[in-house]
Write a protein that binds this ligand. Structure first.
Ligand code: SAM
Length: 195
């Protein structure tokens, strides 16, 4: 949704976008993807969206090898709202490093997640990983508090988010994000970073 809105506001020339969505339980999101593709995106952007999906375990060693052929053609990689569910942090970081090594120059990686301690630790480790390289720029690292303006539908408030076992609708969401860009390498010795 964010990308669709951005394309309408900033990139009128873009007519087609292909999105590859990865999740360990990608099949359970089929209905949500269909709603996004058929109803939500067309209200925000008039271009042609191809939305592919594949099951992928970020918590398994070398699991990103299988998507390597797709990486060079992508310009934007987004990890959204999933990091704290990935238990083996070292494996996740190995997979992120693989991504960082294999994406093409000029592309972007955005990590956007809830402001949780576990996620801050992952963000810090990724920050260190890219700071030790000569070909990456951290161009934004921020936290954000989003206040919900949505009224919770009665059916949800009465049957799902009832307060039982602490389940209540969020009035505010504390979010954090880290945005990286891969630049050019001109030499191994890196006094200045050309972007
Ligand atoms: C809170 S949901 C968010 C879903 C979606 N990313 C979004 O923002 O709407 C967290 C997602 O992380 C996925 N997940 C959990 N462990 C994972 C793993 N090891 N590899 C890949 N995805 C995982 C879950 O299946 C779930 O869909």
């Amino acid at each position: 949704m964010g990308l669709a809105q951005l394309l309408t506001e900033r990139s009128l020339k873009t007519k087609r976008v292909t999105v590859n969505a990865y999740d360990i339980a990608s099949d359970t999101w089929t209905l949500s993807r269909e709603i996004t593709r058929k109803s939500i995106v067309p209200n925000l952007w008039q271009g042609r969206l191809t939305l592919n999906s594949q099951s992928l375990d970020f918590n398994r060693r070398k699991s990103f090898f299988i998507i390597q052929p797709n990486l060079q053609d992508c310009n934007l990689f987004v990890f959204q709202n999933c990091l704290n569910e990935i238990v083996e942090r070292s494996v996740l970081l190995e997979n992120v490093e693989f991504l960082i090594n294999n994406i093409s120059r000029g592309s972007f990686i955005i990590f956007a997640d809830l402001l949780y301690k576990q996620n801050s630790i992952v963000f810090e480790a990724i920050g260190k990983m890219v700071n030790s390289r000569y070909d990456f720029e951290i161009f934004q690292e921020r936290t954000l508090t989003i206040t919900s303006s949505l009224r919770i539908p009665r059916a949800i408030a009465e049957n799902l988010l009832t307060g039982k076992r602490g389940l209540i609708p969020r009035s505010k969401t504390n979010f954090m994000f880290l945005a990286l860009r891969k630049g050019k390498k001109i030499r191994d010795n890196y006094d200045d970073i050309p972007f």
